[in-house]
Design a protein around this ligand. Structure first.
Ligand code: ADE
Length: 242
């Protein structure tokens, strides 16, 4: 997967790409990542990339010219057309389903906004997907870009050693992940649940499912409702078959 990121703050990505998952994916040749400084495409003498908004109001808006030029330059000499993503709270919500939908796309261009946002003409002409990572306002698209990049990279075959681990994570089966334990068995009088030490795979699986249901019901009633609906449909279909 190739990802080109356009940002006014390339330094924000330094730690993120130099460690852990992203570094490993790049080293294995599974992720081809380029971080570009948007200011390199500024035409004016002062390298201005933002301006006042027409109609008045507080906050600056990213100008269209540098972004149009940057995207056009990044589209040169491609064998496939990349999907361009712009991050904003007004976008569609990023969730595991969206990551699954996009995971087989080979090339992305991520545009990170700053200030009030970008000129609408950039969105109309150059952006394929407008993505939000949640109902809150951040200062720019860099963190959302990192969130989406990590979410997608985890799904590239070969990046995570144990793909099963990625698949069984929260959301893959519409239930959140329940509690996890490691050694020691007892720590400050706090014991690991007996069933996990039993070696009985069926009891362990049942316990985990029970806990996953408990956590989902308590923390995310919306997901719980979805799970119950899906479960009902599966049972109804099975009954019809049988
Ligand atoms: N830019 C600012 N806030 C954002 C959010 N919640 N999601 C995506 N991009 C953003």
């Amino acid at each position: 997967m190739r990802v080109d990121v356009l940002t006014l703050f390339p330094g924000l990505f330094d730690g993120f790409i130099k460690d852990a998952l992203i570094k490993r994916a790049c080293q294995k040749g599974l992720l081809n990542l380029h971080i570009w400084h948007l200011r390199s495409w500024a035409r004016s003498r002062h390298q201005q990339v933002d301006d006042y908004q027409f109609g008045g109001g507080p906050g600056m808006v990213l100008k269209p010219e540098p972004l149009f030029q940057a995207v056009d330059d990044l589209l040169q000499n491609r064998d496939a057309k990349p999907v361009t993503v712009y991050f904003a709270p007004s976008g569609e919500l990023l969730d595991q389903d969206l990551l699954e939908e996009l995971k087989d796309i080979d090339q992305f261009i991520f545009i990170c906004g700053r200030y009030k946002g970008v000129d609408q003409r950039v969105i109309d002409e150059k952006v394929d997907r407008l993505v939000s990572i949640g109902d809150y306002v951040l200062s720019g698209g860099e963190l959302p870009a990192m969130v989406m990049l990590e979410g997608l990279t985890r799904l590239i075959p070969g990046v995570i050693n144990d793909l099963d681990s990625a698949r069984s994570d929260s959301f893959q089966a519409s239930l959140l992940e329940g509690p996890l334990y490691t050694r020691p068995e007892e720590f400050m009088d706090l014991k690991v649940p007996e069933v996990l030490l039993s070696g009985n795979h069926k009891s362990i699986a049942d316990w985990r499912k029970e806990k996953a249901m408990e956590v989902t019901r308590r923390n995310r009633p919306d997901l719980w409702k979805r799970y119950i609906e899906a479960d009902k449909t599966i049972k109804r279909d099975k009954n019809k078959e049988g």
